[in-house]
Design a protein around this ligand. Structure first.
Ligand code: ATP
Length: 258
């Protein structure tokens, strides 16, 4: 179960020299099983927002709760996947995954079985004894996905997890992630610069304005896109329509900020 509430949140970074207002008056909810994406011009506060939801940062004002518990609490069960995989190079793939489980106390017999079945699903069972340097970028991100899911988090935060991959690998991994998350009915937030990826993977797309980031608009993704896999979604007329709508909106946000 995962119901996320972001209520009137603002964040100002304060250093000895200056104060930088990064986000202002952000409010939205993510319902259990929903997938939302966050788009916005560079510097609009996308990563800051994800760090706030992860509980790594505390809001300057406002509150963020997951199932009624502040996300800064150690009881909030949140998984993070980043552009870089941050696998430990000196540990085998199997050890990388089980270490994450051990740290979070998710190393019961059931959880270990679940991790094995996930590795099978992402086609990596023959790589268990390999080291990260022996794997391609796409394979490493698949390991990072398994490592995140193996701790059974209720909310998944994805910060540009596909952006360092070549285009074909990225499209394949988008389909794989979408399939697994749908099957497991996971709740997720994706930060991306890719409008197409945001549309193809999400139920809703949240657009931030230029810094300080405010919610400029929230787009509902049409049903026919949500029902299929991301690759197929990119062929639909409603995908192209929404892509153009978001593109224009982003252009006007960027133009207003310069
Ligand atoms: N630790 C920090 N201290 C001061 N300012 C910061 C800090 N981290 C981020 N900022 C500023 O806050 C604003 C939002 O940054 P953030 O990285 O969240 O934006 P973003 O939308 O993720 O950017 P990008 O699309 O370029 O990755 C930017 O102006 C950035 O320079």
């Amino acid at each position: 179960m995962a119901d996320l509430l972001v209520d009137d949140v603002s964040l100002t970074y304060v250093s000895k020299k200056e104060a930088t207002s990064a986000l202002v008056d952000i409010s939205f909810t993510v319902k259990d099983g929903e997938f939302i994406s966050i788009l916005g011009p560079s510097g609009s506060g996308k990563t800051t927002l994800l760090s706030l939801v992860a509980g790594i940062l505390s809001p300057t004002s406002g509150k963020i709760t997951l199932n009624g518990v502040p996300t800064t609490s150690k009881h909030a069960n949140i998984g993070y996947m980043l552009q870089q995989d941050y696998l430990f190079p000196w540990l085998s793939i199997e050890a990388n995954i089980s270490l994450g489980q051990k740290i979070l106390g998710a190393d019961s017999k059931d959880s270990i079985e679940q991790a094995k079945s996930l590795l099978e699903q992402v086609g990596l069972t023959d790589k268990l004894t390999h080291y990260p340097s022996q794997l391609s970028g796409g394979m490493r991100q698949r390991v990072a996905l398994v490592r995140m899911l193996a701790t059974n988090p209720s909310l998944l935060l994805l910060d540009e997890p596909f952006s360092a991959l070549d285009y074909q690998t990225k499209l394949k991994l988008e389909d794989l992630v979408a399939t697994i998350l749908k099957e497991k009915q996971k709740t997720a937030i994706l930060v991306t610069h890719d409008i197409g990826e945001a549309i193809a993977m999400s139920d809703r797309v949240l657009l931030l304005s230029a810094r300080p980031g405010r919610i400029a608009k929230i787009f509902d993704v049409p049903k026919e896109i949500r029902e299929g896999l991301p690759f197929e979604a990119r062929q639909l007329p409603s995908y192209t329509e929404l892509f153009n709508e978001i593109w224009k909106e982003l252009e006007s946000l960027e133009a207003n900020s310069t």
